[in-house]
Design a protein around this ligand. Sequence first.
Ligand code: 0X9
Ligand code: ZN
Length: 449
Amino acid sequence: MKSITLKPALLGLIISSSVASVAAPVFPSPGNSRTSSHVTHVIEVKAKTAAERSRIVDLGFAIDELRSDAVYIFGKARDADTLRRAGFRATATPAKSEWFTIPQAVEAMAARFTSLTEVETQLQDLATRFPNIVEVQTLGRTNENRVTKMVRISGKSPAQAEAAKLPVIFYMGCHHAREHLSVEVPLRFAKHLVENYGRDADVTRLVDSREIYIAPIINPDGHAYDYTNGIRGRMWRKNRRRNNDGTYGVDLNRNYGYQWNTGGSSSTPSSDVYMGTAPFSEPESQNVRDFVNSQPRMTTLLSLHTFSELILYPWGWSNDSIGQNGRGNPADLPVFEKMARDMAQWNKYKPQQSSDLYIASGDTTDWAYGEHGIFAFTFELSPTSMWDGGFYPSPARIEPVFEANLKPLMYLLEFSDNPRRVLTQRAPSFLTSPAKRGVAAASFSDVQF
Ligand code: 0X9
Ligand code: ZN
């Protein structure tokens, strides 16, 4: 979803270089399977306004890409008929096999997308190497009875953190199965914090004065299903709930219990934006709910998604701004706006209210803010287009996307003690100065955004 012009030359380069490195992908044959061949076409739908986009989501479609005059949806040819019947101009084109390709490493390439088992091993490895500041914790179980893992990173023990009332911050990836970069960024961020502890003054200061929780994969069943052999993705979005009608999956980002089922989600189980049978019907969203509920000191939360390069803040369920009609604190709106704008300076993403994209109810950040007043953001990471890698960009993109988001993630950590101080206090120089990573100064500078 994003209004951005294509750069065909660059895209061609990226796609051809990455696809050339793997065995020719087998494109799923169109058929009746409700799982791996649920995507056979890309549907272009003419739509210019947020209201039109919201109507499209209301019809049960997940908007996968947005431009100024049209949106693009991964689906089936018949979806174009549905949209035309609803009054839209819609065209279906067969999907390209490279859109399903996870362009993994050949031997010479260092980077590759990480499997679920590898993520778990790497989290455990961090805890083994740095037991004084890292602990692997269980967030809960999933539909398929997997155990969702996260790390707690802090220089203080839980008892010390409680006594000192340390602020809590929560970073999450992979609510949506196919959004693999949203796993890689928090995973690398965890490593960055841990490996720079005791070396970098600001990392050390923040790890010592915060409780940091990082869960790279909130939807492990979906991730494992989508990753398959690590080379061809299934373009899977939802979790792996077996629905009553035999279809699979609930959209976890429509299942949270704040203003659930008030628009931009579907009650049809086969829909990609299926809200589930009830608010928090899913163990995966319950896991997040129960953990957040158990952390009264949590001030800040980031839910990572792909793709489109956006920084989103509540509300998503309504066009109202924070504070309008008695929902939320009006004083929080300038805080959200300032934080989103500040972070956008580094990753160059577009900061906006979620509903400016389209209205969707039951997402993570509306619940976290609406229920607990947590400063909760959604990032839609790179790229900006399905013609530039979409959900399966080249692994060569992982490191640059992490680097582009490191300062935004550190900024959230910095201000998690009291996000409201962004309105009166400058960001410290390790964020604002071009100093090399790992050599940041602890002092505050005069540099102002
Ligand atoms: O639709 C979503 O769940 C998110 N986009 S994604 O492409 N990753 O699926 C955006 C959620 C933003 N929230 C609202 N618009 N409510
Ligand atoms: Zn997503």
